[in-house]
Design a binder for this molecule. Structure first.
Ligand code: GLP
Length: 244
């Protein structure tokens, strides 16, 4: 779906999430959200905060699983996805702290594998993801599933692409400060979600959005796997849709 305005498009996505939260509350079961970081979802989070403050939308019944975190990375670091989520969403809403799940960047190397397995188990214990929000990286990654990621991959430690690290360099004041690895949900983790919404804004994303939507399905562009998911919507502005 192509919108004139990313701001308005973000409010449509936030309204869908709010509706889902309310439905699950009425059904008396938790709403399980997969969340993303990066610049693309910021306005969705701002709108959810507004709905919380002005329309009484409660997150008490919401459980969240973030897609990814740099590794190694301390939670307190301003470049961490832990910090990002606190700043843009969690500190402004009434979600119980124990309902928040984000891959840990501060594990010892020998703890990583067990953590990844337990992350998947925890998602399953809630009945899977009701909704997964995504951005897209210029390598075609979703989460941090870089080119070469297998369609059956699960939460794991990956090595970041050079392009991904160079796109992140300004936030880290130089590519040499960008971690070389990350922990990310896998492609299969994302494809198991009952609903997937990918956001992309601006001309900078036009080439990779074209490949993701119209290109052949290939591990070289992991976002092409979304073509096989039957309830995925790409929400684009005119710039991001300009190569379609
Ligand atoms: C990072 C995140 C991705 C995100 C991508 C795009 O690599 N791990 O989940 O989709 O950045 O970021 P942005 O939305 O800032 O373009």
């Amino acid at each position: 779906v192509v919108y004139d305005d990313a701001h308005y498009a973000s409010s449509v996505v936030a309204a869908e999430i709010a509706q889902l939260i309310r439905e699950r509350e009425q059904e008396g079961r938790p709403c399980v959200l997969g969340l993303a970081t990066g610049s693309s979802p910021i306005r969705v989070y701002e709108e959810l905060v507004r709905l919380h403050r002005e329309e009484g939308l409660s997150f008490k019944n919401v459980v969240t699983f973030n897609l990814d975190e740099y590794y190694p990375m301390s939670n307190q670091n301003v470049q961490s996805y832990h910090y990002f989520m606190q700043e843009y969403l969690f500190k402004h809403i009434d979600i119980p702290e124990e309902n928040i799940n984000i891959p840990k960047g501060d594990l010892e190397p020998e703890e990583v594998l067990e953590f990844c397995v337990s992350y998947e188990k925890k998602i399953k214990s809630y009945g899977g993801l009701d909704f997964q929000l995504l951005g897209i990286g210029r390598t075609g990654h979703i989460g941090f599933n870089e080119p070469g990621s297998h369609f059956n991959s699960r939460t794991r430690l990956i090595t970041l692409d050079h392009l991904t690290r160079s796109d992140a360099a300004p936030a880290f004041l130089g590519i040499e400060n960008v971690p070389k690895k990350a922990i990310t949900m896998g492609i299969r983790t994302v494809l198991d979600a009952r609903r997937v919404v990918l956001l992309a804004w601006g001309q900078n994303k036009a080439e990779i959005v074209q490949k993701a939507v119209e290109g052949e399905i290939t591990s070289q562009v992991p976002s092409t796997y979304l073509q096989e998911h039957d309830n995925t919507t790409f929400i684009l502005d005119k710039g991001a849709a300009s190569e379609l």
